[in-house]
Write a protein that binds this ligand. Structure first.
Ligand SMILES: Cc1cc2nc3c(=O)[nH]c(=O)nc-3n(C[C@H](O)[C@H](O)[C@H](O)COP(=O)(O)OP(=O)(O)OC[C@H]3O[C@@H](n4cnc5c(N)ncnc54)[C@H](O)[C@@H]3O)c2cc1C
Ligand code: SF4
Length: 328
């Protein structure tokens, strides 16, 4: 690890004034990446003293989550458990209790891929791998390498890395709004616009401008009468990233689906809202046949590679089972 500077501002304005620095919150992603020399910040801007650690009800019936709210506090919050159960379930399926006690909402939104080539020495270094995300233009070692954990949706010829977050999959179906503040003031970003597809610039992962800080995430008022679930399939039952996951929010009336949101994790390059699945479900009977058709629609555009073709079938079963659970 290289030497670096360290500052710990007490106000948001002071934090975003540190333009040369990287923000550090829980440190559970960033410190690993610094040890691996994937990230080499000159200065760490520790944001843990900023007043962004509250969960508050909004006048419009929604919920405001500070960027520094720990994953554990969010998962066990009474309002989240009651009104946004899918978010609580997704958070509790991630990492370990110790990590969740440190990990923050902002850090989770910004966590980076677990692609093993990204986390190894880069091309040009001894034993280094080509990685367009880490060293733009160097190539992609995963494309013809071992790509069992990689994405089948939203990929490009330059990167097939999976987005690893569980929390983000739940936030996609909840249609969260992300508040940011930077050198040019405050703005909001719709959740679906926050994470970027790799395209030909896999190094650009999100919509943040240089120096912008995530301050809050707002959840809209809960959907009346809706049920939700988060189902995560992985190689072992805990402390493991998703091979495939599905977040569902839906309302059924008279046996028919009147409201539905579907998002997928573990199979795509960003938290994957499946509008195709939603279209196949809305207005239809809430039965197994409908669920299977929705799963087919969700994965119709999947582009598997040598080692991850199993994810296409796994994701279909994950979606079908999650819909069955949500309507049970
Ligand atoms: C062993 C292990 C297992 C894990 N398993 C899972 C899992 O199963 N599911 C899952 O979803 N996650 C998992 N994670 C990832 C974990 O959820 C993230 O590491 C965590 O959420 C990151 O939050 P943090 O506060 O520690 O971020 P940090 O490490 O502090 O920061 C991460 C990045 O976010 C940026 N950042 C932080 N806060 C802000 C902000 N407010 N505004 C702008 N940028 C900001 C930092 O600059 C940095 O680039 C795992 C992690 C580990 C180490
Ligand atoms: S999949 Fe993306 S992150 Fe992984 S090696 Fe290829 S370019 Fe790098």
């Amino acid at each position: 690890m290289q030497t670096f500077g360290y500052v710990k501002p007490t106000g948001v304005d002071k934090a975003i004034g540190q333009s040369a620095g990287n923000f550090i919150a829980g440190g559970t992603t960033l410190v690993d990446l610094m040890k691996l020399s994937v990230e080499q910040p000159k200065t760490l801007v520790d944001i843990n003293l900023l007043p962004l650690d509250k969960i508050e009800k909004l006048p419009n019936g929604g919920l405001r989550i500070g960027a520094l709210v720990r994953n554990s506090d969010l998962a066990w919050n009474a309002d989240v458990k009651k009104d946004y159960a899918v978010l609580s379930e997704a958070l509790l399926s991630g990492a370990s209790p110790q990590l969740r006690n440190m990990a923050t909402t902002g850090g989770n939104l910004m966590q980076r891929t677990r692609c093993m080539y990204f986390r190894e020495p880069s091309a040009g270094m001894p034993g280094g791998y080509a990685c367009n995300k880490r060293t733009p233009g160097s190539g992609c070692a995963a494309m013809d390498g071992f790509n069992r954990i990689h994405a089948v949706l939203g990929t490009s010829e330059h990167c097939i890395a999976t987005h690893p977050s569980d929390m983000c999959v739940a936030m996609a179906v909840l249609e969260a709004t992300i508040h940011v503040q930077g050198p040019n003031g405050k703005r909001t970003i719709a959740f679906e616009d926050f994470h970027k597809l790799p395209g030909d610039t896999p190094n650009i992962e999100n919509a943040l401008e240089p120096g912008e800080l995530i301050t809050f995430v707002d959840l809209p008022k809960p959907v009346a009468g809706a049920k939700s679930t988060y189902l995560k399939l992985r190689d072992r039952a805990s402390y493991e990233f998703a091979l495939s996951s599905a977040a569902i929010v839906l309302r059924v009336e008279g046996g028919h689906i009147r409201y539905v949101r579907v998002a997928l994790g573990g199979v795509a390059t960003k938290p994957w809202r499946s509008h195709e699945a939603e279209k196949a479900l809305l207005g239809k009977r809430a039965d197994l046949e409908t669920f299977r058709k929705a799963a087919e629609a969700a994965m119709a555009e999947a582009k598997p590679r040598k080692d991850n073709a199993f994810k296409v079938e796994l994701a279909k079963r994950c979606i079908t089972h999650a819909l069955t659970l949500a309507t049970a």
